[in-house]
Design a protein around this ligand. Structure first.
Ligand code: ME8
Length: 636
């Protein structure tokens, strides 16, 4: 077996409903990691799948008038095809109705029982079928689920319980010893406070249910779907069937997911493993949400962006294949979002980026260089050498890219690739090949062309994780060179080049669907009141980090924020409660007006103002583009 290995997982999805851009985002992120690590020479295990033992599928099957088995078989196939459309190359798509998974679950339950971590008791409380979650009386108001805000049922039944409370200290110790086990840091802090707040034993069975995995020691009880779902992560690497494989792969390097399911993954899951002396996963990596109108996009709310429609539209307006359009969407999702933060999808934005980055920077470069090769070297790679790295800086870009990919900073990795591409375009302007071609000594022209082709080859490799189909087309254009190594100067001379004439034709028109949705705010001339630079310089704008956020005790619309500005902390009251949950703000970098006259708002002192952009019913906090910008930095 290879020395280097990488094991990444996505959540297994509830398949009762069509996949949307949120599911695609997580799964593509895992695919990007898997492809990158594979390029680095690691052996990779990448798993995704379907969570099939839930009540939701029973309801959905009933609605369609088919058996549950028939329903899940059909839906699982649909999700697999959906992911294939986006070039997702998982190692295994696990279904929780797979036999090896049932075996794992039953064996796990038996062992927990033998060790005394499962006991029978009475459960009195609430259950939300949509979230598949238990809630206490304290958490539920007026029979409404605190998470999805739908009506939920009160349950009173005999249940099996898992002794979660026994693991509080061990969990705290684990996170203390492994401070990067949850990223980003704001989520780590959230989990620590969840655990420190005290852990109760949890009910893990449902009595009156038909569908689901039965307890091996009590066939009247069906296992709570989350308990079964989490175990998929050890089924996929051979927990019961293949101990050698299990000890090779486990613990997983990365569990990927969005922020809504961290309690299950960072509290319950590690405790379940600890109960059987199995190590928790090395890292839980939590990304933000794709939002619609400020709300989480979700299947059950129906407010979704359907990626298959997006690529159909792109393919129509740009005249490129659906397969290439799928690549563009993959790339765009990570070009646009800082991994970890929330995002809003806009078709117009995708088309703008397509034109600027793909048609202009990337497409033009390839077109120009391939035309030069046709004109000056019969369409072959010339006998040249790489221009001095101080001038082309390719080595520097490759190192930056590698650092970004290792730290899952995908947006920065893409940005670095574009810095390289833009550098190539700039070199064409600076070195003027059309003038070099007139000179007697043709070597400088050959060196330039060789360097540009090497730049394109390297960019092709750097884009493999994001745009695998496009990258393959680029790399196949180097007819004789089949290895994908990100080493400079290995481009083989004299080989033929076979670039397609155009990769990304420019898109001319705004799409209809966007025109409807994207009204830009009008700036009427009479609103333009100029301020002098002296007036402006009186404002002290600073980068600050939110270290605590609470609801205002006396006002629904306000949040009370504690922010760190340089070495100081201050309190700011902000009218953003309608748009942000307090816990989602912790750790966020924002821009504040630091020298605003302090005031007291409904009894709470406010010593500044957080800058926000707002339009109609939308509001978005202004943050520094680079999340590493230091707190206290002046904004000017
Ligand atoms: O929670 N933005 O399944 P699920 C970003 N079966 N990502 C999103 C998203 C959004 N608006 N909506 C969904 C379950 N996701 C359980 C998981 S795992 C042992 C069991 C992505 O179908 C994101 O990764 O509700 C989120 O964690 C996952 O889909 C939830 O999928």
């Amino acid at each position: 077996m290879a020395d280097k290995k990488f094991f990444v997982t996505t959540p297994i999805y509830y398949i009762s409903g069509n996949p949307h851009i949120g599911h695609l985002y997580t799964t593509t992120a895992a695919d990007i990691m898997a492809r990158y690590h594979s390029l680095q020479g690691s052996k990779v295990l990448f798993t995704t799948g379907s969570d099939e033992n839930s009540q939701k599928v029973v309801q959905a099957a009933e609605k369609q008038g088919v058996s549950v088995t028939e329903y899940v078989n059909k839906e699982a196939e649909k999700w697999k095809q959906y992911f294939a459309q986006f070039h997702i190359q998982y190692t295994r798509f696990i279904r929780t109705t797979d036999q090896d998974h049932l075996d794992v679950v039953q064996s796990f339950l038996m062992q927990l029982k033998e060790k005394g971590f499962i006991y029978k008791g009475n459960y009195e409380g609430w259950y939300c079928v949509d979230c598949e979650s238990f809630w206490t009386d304290k958490e539920v108001e007026d029979g409404i689920c605190p998470d999805c805000h739908r009506s939920i049922r009160r349950v009173s039944e005999e249940n099996y319980f898992f002794r979660l409370s026994a693991f509080q200290d061990q969990l705290i110790q684990f996170y203390h010893d492994n401070p990067t086990a949850i990223e980003p840091l704001s989520r780590y802090n959230e989990v620590i406070s969840m655990i420190s707040g005290g852990l109760r034993d949890i009910s893990i069975s449902r009595h009156s249910q038909e569908w689901g995995i039965r307890f091996p020691f009590d066939s009247e009880h069906v296992l709570w779907v989350w308990f079964d779902a989490l175990l998929n992560y050890i089924t996929v690497c051979g927990y019961r069937e293949d101990p050698t494989s299990f000890s090779y792969w486990w613990p997983a390097d990365c569990h990927l997911m969005s922020k809504d399911i961290i309690r299950f993954h960072c509290v319950i899951w590690p405790a379940m493993l600890m109960a059987l002396d199995i190590q928790p996963a090395k890292k839980v990596y939590v990304h933000g949400w794709w939002l619609t109108d400020g709300e989480k996009m979700s299947k059950s709310k129906g407010n979704i962006v359907d990626p298959t429609k997006v690529i159909e539209e792109l393919s129509n307006v740009a005249g490129i294949s659906k397969s290439l359009s799928a690549d563009v969407l993959r790339w765009f999702m990570f070009r646009e979002t800082t991994f970890g933060e929330d995002a809003v999808f806009s078709m117009q934005r995708l088309l703008d980026r397509y034109n600027y980055d793909l048609a202009n920077d990337l497409g033009n470069l390839i077109h120009r260089v391939s035309s030069m090769a046709k004109q000056y070297t019969q369409g072959n790679v010339p006998e040249g050498t790489l221009i001095d790295d101080e001038k082309c800086q390719f080595q520097n870009f490759i190192e930056q890219y590698t650092a970004c990919m290792t730290e899952n900073r995908f947006k920065d990795a893409i940005e670095t690739t574009w810095t390289l591409l833009r550098k190539c375009n700039k070199m064409i302007e600076e070195y003027k090949p059309w003038e070099l071609a007139k000179k007697e000594d043709i070597q400088p022209l050959f060196d330039l062309l060789y360097t540009l082709l090497e730049g394109i080859r390297c960019a092709g490799i750097m884009l493999i994780p994001f745009m695998p189909v496009f990258s393959q087309l680029v790399l196949d254009s180097f007819v004789e060179q089949k290895e994908n190594q990100l080493n400079l100067g290995i481009l083989r001379t004299h080989q033929a080049l076979a670039f397609p004439p155009v990769f990304f034709p420019r898109v001319k028109k705004t799409t209809k669907s966007e025109k409807k949705n994207e009204e830009t705010p009008k700036e009427s001339p009479k609103d333009e009141v100029y301020c002098t630079i002296d007036e402006f310089s009186k404002f002290d704008f600073r980068v600050a980090q939110i270290i605590d956020a609470q609801k205002h005790p006396n006002a629904d619309k306000l949040l009370v924020l504690k922010v760190q500005v340089g070495e100081h902390q201050k309190q700011i009251v902000a009218g953003i409660a309608k748009y942000y949950e307090p816990q989602d703000l912790i750790g966020k970098k924002v821009v504040i007006v630091n020298n605003l006259q302090p005031v007291t708002l409904r009894g709470e002192k406010s010593e500044g103002m957080v800058l926000c952009a707002s339009h109609k019913d939308h509001l978005s906090i202004v943050s520094p583009e680079n999340v590493d910008m230091v707190c206290g930095a002046r904004v000017k």
